[in-house]
Design a binder for this molecule. Structure first.
Ligand code: NAP
Length: 250
């Protein structure tokens, strides 16, 4: 069966050591991409992602970078170009939570979540945009959240960062369309990862009760949507937000 990507396509996936990021990295590899596996600090989890990427018969590279720092995000893109010569796909997946009610949320927790989720996405997009524009070719997929569309009590910082990613995606899509660089977002619903494992059983039950398809999503569900949007199968799609949430918000 033919693959979604031409051999030699290069993809960067941020926060790819575990969870949704790992699933995206492996899916892109499975569909023919060489994959740059970004992690905050190199560890066994990142090495396992790399192993799974290379098992698909493509090349992989681990690059340590805290995407919330502009110079590290630039170094990440530079490392990808130094190794592979070009970057075709950027997936901004790295993200954190620091939940709390608005009345008690500290400015530090508000700013940290904005800086990693929204700032990190901006930093990587800024670094990758110039080479993509020069090549008149590229696809960027940003991971937002249904929380960025609908809001969520106890996640004002996270929701603001994910809503910001939607505005950033649409603005960049308008700026870059003439240069043949597409920018889209995927907004996952409730997906089984370390991030959601931190929720109480009660909170999980309440959430699942509102999911039309009646089940928690898997990281693979997000990876499939990302691979599609990053590929030429989506060559006429830009500036869109694809919700992958089992019908949580319709
Ligand atoms: P996760 O299991 O907590 O993984 C997050 C990844 O991001 C980790 O590998 C983490 O690295 C990395 N990361 C965090 N800060 C970083 C930074 N400053 N620089 C580089 N990497 C960084 O989360 P997940 O559930 O897979 O979520 C992945 C993305 O999907 C996030 O953007 C999240 O907001 C979004 N999302 C998730 C859900 C869900 O239900 N799970 C729903 C909607 C949206 P370390 O290993 O070093 O911590």
């Amino acid at each position: 069966m033919s693959k979604l990507f031409e051999p030699g396509t290069v993809a960067i996936v941020t926060g790819a050591a575990r969870g949704i990021g790992r699933a995206i990295a492996v899916e892109l590899a499975c569909e023919g991409c060489n994959v740059v596996v970004n992690c905050r600090t190199s560890n066994e989890a990142a090495a396992e992602t790399l192993r799974q990427v290379e098992a698909q018969g493509v090349r992989g590279l681990i690059v340590e970078a805290d995407v919330s720092a502009a110079d590290e995000a630039k170094a990440l893109v530079d490392a990808a170009i130094a190794e592979f010569g070009h970057v075709d796909v950027l997936v901004n997946n790295a993200g954190i939570t620091a939940d709390g009610l608005l009345a008690t949320m500290t400015p530090e927790d508000f700013n940290r979540v904005l800086q990693v989720n929204l700032g990190g996405t901006f930093n990587c997009m800024k670094a990758a945009t110039r080479p993509m524009m020069r090549a008149k070719h590229g696809a960027i997929v940003n991971i937002s959240s249904v929380v960025g569309v609908a809001g969520n009590a106890g996640q004002a910082n996270y929701a603001a960062s994910k809503a910001g990613i939607i505005g950033l995606t649409k603005s960049a899509a308008k700026e870059l369309a003439r240069k043949k660089v597409r920018v889209n977002a995927v907004a996952p619903g409730f997906i089984a990862t370390d991030m959601t494992n931190a929720m109480t059983d009660q909170a999980k039950e309440r959430t699942v009760a509102n999911i039309g398809l009646g089940a928690i999503g898997q990281a693979q569900d997000i990876a499939h949507a990302v691979a599609f949007l990053a590929s030429d199968k989506a060559s006429y799609i830009t500036g869109q937000v694809l919700r992958v949430d089992g019908g949580l918000i319709i």
